[in-house]
Design a protein. Structure first.
Length: 548
């Protein structure tokens, strides 16, 4: 939800035109400043209400604006939009302690928030056995691969022929499509008056693991997505003239690199103005396959904004009891590895907000995860598919609606730029669910199945003037399995408002899945040109079962 119309770190499709045309004096914008708190707060900071205009829209949530704009045009009423967002966060951070205390796995974490600062520091510096084991595994496999034998980390190594990239910025945002190990280097000149003083190197967050050297000496190493890298530089390491910063970065998937805000990438000492390290760095990619590593555990002290309750306390509770018409929600990526747990967490958040606002079951509309990551050639079982299922389950609550975006994502960018269709589909939900318009607002939704000899017949809701295979004469994205639970691609045929699925090699089918992958190829739509939501007819335990 945080992705803005035209911000420094990302721009939506046609952003310049969207900004230039954002003259809507009857749309008002309000942004809550980012804030974390261990206990519920009554106050927050903000720049206040602003009239929607080309001068004010650039930094505002693109989805929220495009959603509100359609409602404003269709309903011809003033619209007020309050944005309270923090990208890359987990659902439990936005949920109150009162709601989470009923979910056993969060009781200890909530109690941790009551620790004093010294106790917290001691805990954050302690890795448990799984965490230590993963760090040891990474170091061992880097060593076995000869990654550290090249001498790239040695002072004076000539990196003149290396390519350049921008820091801070993810590799993917620079069209560097890469998972694995990358070396990055920057030469700096230290002011003469800094000689003889201990310095602090700040690199901001790094995805996912780093080892950092200063003038050939290792000064730090940390694991964990979103964890700020702050390392001490002993005065003995400083040199007259050129000084070198070298960082080995291991990215195991999704976005990689040194990213975050420019003000967090500096070198400094206690009495001087920081020197910015923003700009061009040299880089070199290694031939290292990160898939040989086991899945990393959760880390202590990582992403403080992802601690349970802290964003509810700092950015939701202070809004009470502000009257509102409803809420829209766009989140889930950061909970994907715990998708089964998300089934109860997401419902807990919705019920929690409704309870504390005291406005009954106010409308709660949300966006299902878009397609993202590499396309698999065979049927697969991936966490993002399970997360979408968990989101769909929230429709069991009253006065909810879901915008399906399985067709408008991006293979390499977790922040797809087509926010126009996202806003439109959310607005269709609002017009139908909230304002009672008799319009199509959802794509086909799985209803039921029936086994017919060697085939399975699927029934759908929200067919709206019939089903269709968009862009092809054949339906894509269906897989079928028998008692062995091994899914294979299936033939699929539309018959009225139903789809018949089969594979001649599966004579006794018992389950069907559709669009069941992180980035599926799928093309089932209804007559309103809205995509079908991914689904499965089975309830077999998947990759995220039992993960907490």
């Amino acid at each position: 939800m945080e992705m803005a119309v035209e911000a420094e770190w990302g721009k939506i499709d046609n952003s310049k035109e969207e900004v230039a045309n954002a003259n809507y004096p009857n749309i008002r914008l309000f942004m809550v400043d980012k804030a974390m708190a261990n206990t519920p707060k009554d106050n927050f900071t903000s720049s206040g209400w602003k009239e929607c205009s080309p001068k004010t829209i650039s930094e505002f949530s693109a989805v929220a604006y495009l959603f509100g704009r359609k409602l404003h045009k269709d309903l011809n009423v003033p619209i007020g939009l309050i944005e309270t967002a923090w990208g890359g966060t987990v659902v439990e951070a936005w949920t109150s302690a009162n709601a989470l205390k009923n979910i056993s796995e969060f009781v200890d974490e909530i109690d941790d928030l009551k620790l004093n600062q010294q106790e917290k520091r001691e805990k954050e510096l302690t890795y448990n056995k799984p965490q230590k084991a993963w760090i040891d595994e990474v170091n061992e496999k880097l060593s076995n691969a000869g990654i550290l034998a090249h001498g790239y980390n040695k002072y004076g190594y000539n990196s003149e022929n290396w390519e350049t990239l921008e820091v801070p910025k993810t590799w993917e945002d620079q069209n560097i499509k890469f998972d694995g190990v990358m070396w990055v280097k920057k030469d700096i000149t230290i002011p003469a008056e800094w000689q003889g003083k201990d310095l602090t190197l700040n690199l901001g967050p790094i995805n996912d693991f780093d080892i950092t050297w200063f003038n050939g000496e290792q000064v730090g190493s940390k694991p964990g997505v979103g964890m700020f890298r702050t390392y001490n530089i002993p005065k003995e390491l400083l040199k007259d003239g050129k000084n070198e910063i070298t960082v080995l970065i291991l990215d195991i998937g999704n976005n990689g690199g040194i990213y975050g805000q420019p003000e967090n990438v500096t070198i400094s000492y206690s009495e001087g103005e920081p020197i910015s390290l923003v700009g061009k760095w040299k880089y070199k990619m290694e031939n290292f396959d990160p898939s040989i590593l086991s899945h990393p555990p959760n880390w202590p002290g990582v992403s403080q904004q992802n601690r349970p309750t802290v964003l509810y306390n700092g950015m939701i509770k202070p809004l009470l009891p502000y009257g509102m018409r409803g809420a829209i929600w766009y989140q889930g990526e950061s909970n994907a590895d715990r998708a089964v747990q998300y089934q109860k967490l997401f419902k807990a958040l919705i019920n929690d907000w409704r309870e504390v606002w005291g406005q009954g079951d106010f409308p709660f509309l949300f966006v299902q995860l878009a397609n993202f990551m590499s396309i698999k050639s065979e049927p697969s079982d991936e966490p993002w598919a399970h997360l979408r299922e968990a989101q769909t389950m929230a429709l069991e609550l009253p006065n909810t609606g879901m915008a399906v975006t399985i067709d408008i994502g991006d293979e390499i960018d977790i922040h797809p730029k087509n926010k126009q269709d996202v806003g439109k589909r959310l607005a269709l939900n609002a017009l139908a669910v909230v304002y009672g318009d008799d319009i199509p607002y959802s794509g086909p939704m799985y209803k039921s199945m029936k086994v017919e000899e060697s085939k399975i017949r699927i029934q759908f809701d929200h067919t709206n003037n019939g089903l269709k295979a968009k862009g092809s004469s054949e339906l894509k994205g269906f897989a079928i399995a028998g008692a062995d639970k091994k899914f294979v691609w299936a033939e699929a045929k539309i018959e009225g408002d139903e789809v018949v699925v089969w594979n001649s090699k599966v004579q006794n089918p018992i389950a069907v899945r559709y669009a069941w992958a992180s980035n599926p190829i799928c093309n089932l739509y209804n007559g309103a040109d809205l995509p079908a939501s991914p689904f499965r007819t089975d309830d077999w335990k998947g990759l995220t079962f039992g993960k907490k």
